[in-house]
Write a protein that binds this ligand. Structure first.
Ligand SMILES: [Zn+2]
Length: 209
């Protein structure tokens, strides 16, 4: 059996298992989507949102890209964000990076990796903002780990700068969380939480709402 056939077979087994446990499971799930969380994570296959948080289908609305970036011209992310905030009414937005992130490590080198380098340039910008701290670290791993954390915190700030989040904050509570996942121990470390514009940014980014 080839690997793609195995996936389809496993799917049948999984669907049957769910129905055995709860005959109404799919019927219920297909009728309504009301997740409390929007997850913005890395595309890395080792960091699956549901598995590492012990949540089930229907509980987390997920967007993933290389190195969990929030780029203000990314229509894909902005569309997901607007839908999650204005239609699903999520209460929490989580940006979750992970140590050992290939995107972060690639951004620290001067090598050419292809088209992705243009995307990773956003992380080089984060490096430049904190180059004094990062350059003072001797080990490459230590520097990459810290850049991973700084990158997550920058993306949380980027979320807070969007018109979508600021308009939502005007009328209700939404928390934005910066997390980093440790692949070596499976644990999530909390880095920051923003509960409103006062937590997060300089005046220039605030809109008169
Ligand atoms: Zn990654």
């Amino acid at each position: 059996m080839d690997s793609i056939e195995k996936l389809l077979l496993e799917n049948k087994a999984w669907a049957n298992e769910q129905i055995d446990r709860d005959p109404e499971y799919f019927m219920r799930l297909s009728k309504i989507q009301k997740p409390e969380f929007l997850w913005i994570g890395c595309s890395d296959s080792r960091v699956p949102a549901n598995e590492i948080t012990g949540t089930a289908p229907g509980e987390i609305f997920v967007h993933r890209n290389v190195a969990n970036l929030v780029v203000h011209t990314d229509m894909n992310l902005l569309s997901v964000l607007e839908y999650a905030v204005n239609y699903l009414h999520v209460k929490h937005i989580i940006v979750c990076g992970h140590y050992g992130c290939g995107g972060v490590i690639a951004s620290m080198s001067n090598d050419l990796h292809g088209f992705v380098d243009n995307w990773l340039c956003n992380i080089k910008d984060v490096y430049t903002k904190h180059d004094e701290e990062l350059n003072s670290m001797e080990s490459l791993t230590e520097r990459a780990n810290r850049l991973t954390e700084l990158n997550v915190m920058e993306q949380v700030r980027n979320l807070a700068k969007t018109t979508i989040v600021q308009q939502a904050w005007k009328t209700r509570e939404i928390e934005i969380h910066g997390w980093v996942y440790g692949m070596a121990n499976g644990l999530i470390k909390e880095l920051c939480t923003y509960k409103g514009p006062k937590d997060s940014m300089e005046d220039i980014y605030r809109y008169n709402l």
